[in-house]
Design a protein around this ligand. Structure first.
Ligand code: KIV
Length: 289
């Protein structure tokens, strides 16, 4: 598959392309945190489609093509069944729809754990197919050699500790992590290992707040919280969650919109118009000249 990274606005429903802006870079985001201090928090959201990327791009430093697309887009029960092909297709769409944000694509379960070589082959595939700037992978100290292997070979990596949804079968659910002292210490040491291995940022998900603060203090690189703490170096949410697409969302989500209601209401009005034969009207029909 070959990809073009800019939308052809002559043939798409896209906004007119803004004059291509210089995209933010991984080193620039990494450099937001200096000597443990991030003065400007890093704004991140997930995006899975070109149109969504267009709308979010102006507001975000980083767009993550998360493997949460398994549940959000495909209706899967978890992110475990998500494939590399799905990530590549959605990653390319998000790169095409964005001009400014750093785009990072999640490595799906099974695409990186076997060996650093497996991870490199699949991460390189994602970079080539999508035009993204780097990848994210889940796991702590066990993944540090893989993170180092990728970073030393030119692939920027975001780590992910705490609640790691790809491990749902091992964790037994999506509850907050770090409630025991041993688990809390492990999450902090996992973050330290990823930081030392060269991760340019680390997501900390679903942990009790003191752990999120401890991870943020322990890592030299920026720590992005989701269900963490406002004291993290940045925040990320699944865009559909904060837009109000779903009735049930994790407790750490704040709703900034009510998009499900808008869609349902618009579909209801359309259905009523069709049934009443009032759509299409004169403005939507072609007449002979
Ligand atoms: O898959 C995803 O969307 C993620 C974010 C929630 C961090 O990993």
């Amino acid at each position: 598959m070959s990809t073009t990274f800019q939308l052809d606005t002559a043939t798409s429903r896209a906004h007119p392309t803004p004059a291509p802006l210089r995209r933010r870079t991984v080193p620039a985001l990494r450099a937001r945190k200096v000597d443990g201090v991030t003065t400007e928090p890093i704004v991140c959201l997930t995006a899975y489609t070109a149109r969504q990327a267009q709308l979010l791009d102006a507001h975000c430093d980083l767009l993550l093509v998360g493997d949460s697309l398994g549940q959000v887009i495909y209706g899967l029960p978890s992110s475990v069944p998500v494939t590399l092909a799905m990530m590549a297709a959605h990653g390319a769409a998000v790169v095409r729809g964005s001009y400014r944000a750093v785009v990072i694509v999640d490595m799906p379960f099974g695409s990186y754990e076997a060996s650093p070589e497996q991870a490199f082959a699949n991460a390189a595939h994602l970079l080539k197919e999508t035009g993204c700037a780097g990848v994210k992978l889940e796991g702590g100290a066990a993944m540090a050699p893989t993170v180092a292997f990728l970073c030393e070979r030119g692939i920027p990596v975001v780590g992910h500790v705490g609640l790691t949804p790809q491990a749902v079968n091992a964790l037994g659910g999506y509850g907050a992590r770090g409630r025991s002292e041993a688990e809390a210490a492990k999450i902090v040491s996992d973050a330290r290992a990823l930081d030392a291995a060269g991760a340019f940022a680390i997501v900390v998900e679903g942990v009790v707040e003191p752990i999120a603060v401890a991870v943020t203090g322990a890592a030299r690189c920026p720590v992005i919280g989701i269900g963490g703490s406002a004291r993290c170096d940045g925040q990320i949410l699944v865009a559909e969650d904060m837009l109000g697409m779903f009735e049930r969302v994790p407790r750490f989500v704040k709703r900034y919109g009510e998009i499900a209601g808008l869609i349902s209401e618009a579909a209801g009005r359309y259905a009523a118009d069709v049934r009443a034969r009032s759509f299409p009207g004169p403005e939507q029909t072609y007449q002979p000249k």
